[in-house]
Design a protein around this ligand. Sequence first.
Ligand code: PRX
Length: 681
Amino acid sequence: MSDTISTLLDENRVFPPTEAFSAAANMSNPDIYDHAASDPESFWEGWAGALHWYKKWDSVLEWNRPYAKWFLGGKLNACYNCVDRHALGPRAVKRAIIFEGEPGDIREISYMELLDEVSKIANGLLNLGIRKGDRVCIYMPMIPELAMTMLACARIGAVHSVVFGGFSADSLHERINDAQAKLVVTADGGWRRGHIVPLKATVDEALDMGCPSVEHVLMYRRVGLPGNTINKIPVPDYNVGKWEPIRDIDWNEHILPLSTDCPCEEMDSEDMMFILYTSGSTGKPKGIVHTTGGYMTGVLATTRWVFDLKEEDVFFCTADCGWITGHSYVVYGPMANGATVVMYEGALDMPQKDRLWRIIDRHRATILYTAPTAIRTFMKWGAEWPKKCRLDSLRLLGSVGEPINPEAWIWYHEHIGKEVCPIVDTWWQTETGAIMITPLPGITKTKPGSATRPFPGISATILDEQGRDLMPQHLMDVKEAKWLHSGGKRPSIGGYLAITRPWPSMTRGIYGDPERFVNTYWTRFKDAYFPGDGAKADEDGYFWLLGRVDDVMLVSGHNISTMEVESALVDHPAVAEAAVIGKKHEVKGQAISAFVIIRAQFKQHDGLIEELKAHVAKKIGALARPDDVIITAELPKTRSGKIMRRLLRDVAEGRALGDTTTLADPAVVSALRDKYESMEG
Ligand code: PRX
């Protein structure tokens, strides 16, 4: 954390919005912050009013810490709000989705067509016995049918749980069982860097491990059999899986012929809308629950103001729908606003490293929302790639997923934004449902590396270890503020970000585990939600997010828990004990380093390290594959037996060792460091 702070704090450039941008912005009145703060409930009620409700709510908020209910008694349907009201109104022929597959196939889908497709899928789900409240697991590539299936679930009141297509059979198995899903919707495969990700075969493998709740698997044919061609590109060999009659259902037979008429289920504002799994600091993923009215209100509002969304915009969020960013800013937020979204299936360097910029030029995308890890990758590839493209359609850029380092911010600003597009660095989480700390592009002077201020109606602050509020004190205390701009030493205690009032799109809990919900977010501080991030504020009251303070790593902006990787490692017969840390990485933000002790009985062989890396990728998914595996005889532990990860981080990042006085055996660490250095050398 300390490195992040010192780089961020050397940063004192300020970028005010241009007059022209402010003049045309959806929100340009700075008084909105005070106005919303004076009565957040009526502020949010105003936004809820921008949705379609079958029945208006009776009351705005019921708050029994930690449980909030918003818009009580109101009835609405998320799919109706995202699809029907546009398709049946002036946006019928407006494009809802512009899709590019990795092989270059393009589809454009209007709101009217989207309504037909979603209704057919919804009817198909009903035919398979799916009813309101049933859980449906979606494991698909980033294709329109993924968004359509999510919307179809919302249409009939089924609860979707989207599992990112890069997750392994084990991870899928665990998520299916935790949610007790009745149906898995998948595809034969999806394209990724010229290969096919064998989704159906992975579903087969997951179900073979035992998923008693699953009655059917519905499979969309995205790639066809090997040898089939898409845009003249032949589908390479891949594992097509097996076909189990009765259990397995073919999309072409089961969905395509169905009626395009399917009524929307009238959902209570507090009815569960979806579950999305995210890693916590223990090995088991948390099923984050979102409900209908509050979530839709949060994503509708933030999309319109943070991205300054206008009718003619073409909105390109590069996140996969397997993550919350894809839920909120590919599907529900933009579509609640009737926007045109771009969806891209594959890798950013296929066929060349300018793919993203080509997509933007081809479809005249006006808003780009991506992650710092992607920006750093583009930086590494070089500015010559975007230079070959026009990028003149872009008018606003966004960043999400991890703290953006000022160098990446400036590169984004210069090479993609051509120094005119505002950048919104948006802090939020799966649990918060919608963006929480962010510039409003028509108002906020941005500073590279700062997510700036809480969205209107959101109350955030910074607390110290004891839960004391550092924010007002900090703003008044000149001495405290000075170090920020003097490049001087930071105070020794970093603060913890805390959200101090309920907000509509907040998670309603962890599926099936209320105790963990309370312990994770609501126990650390008495009166606030604790997101698990460290933060600092500057003299303007801007927030500088500093990364996780728990055992969650942010690898390419994705949460992976150290425990999850450790348990995957000890699952391998060679491993007796493992300790995992996230080490600083130029592109990924953090990379995984694993320290393992090999069982005495196990005969080590040459390929063992690679085997262990592959084992983790197989158990969790490729994104959890460690960069380094260091075999060691011992791990640094405190006298009470706790592994000192801080020291491992010091070793992995090549730093002078921190305080080792609580170590049971200091020699362990120096031995480890020698080993690490000899490996690197
Ligand atoms: O540590 C913060 C980081 O990502 C975490 C949330 O991860 P997830 O639930 O997967 O959602 C990611 C997309 C919203 C946060 O606790 N994070 C996300 N955005 C930022 C960020 N850290 C700093 N700045 C951001 N803009």
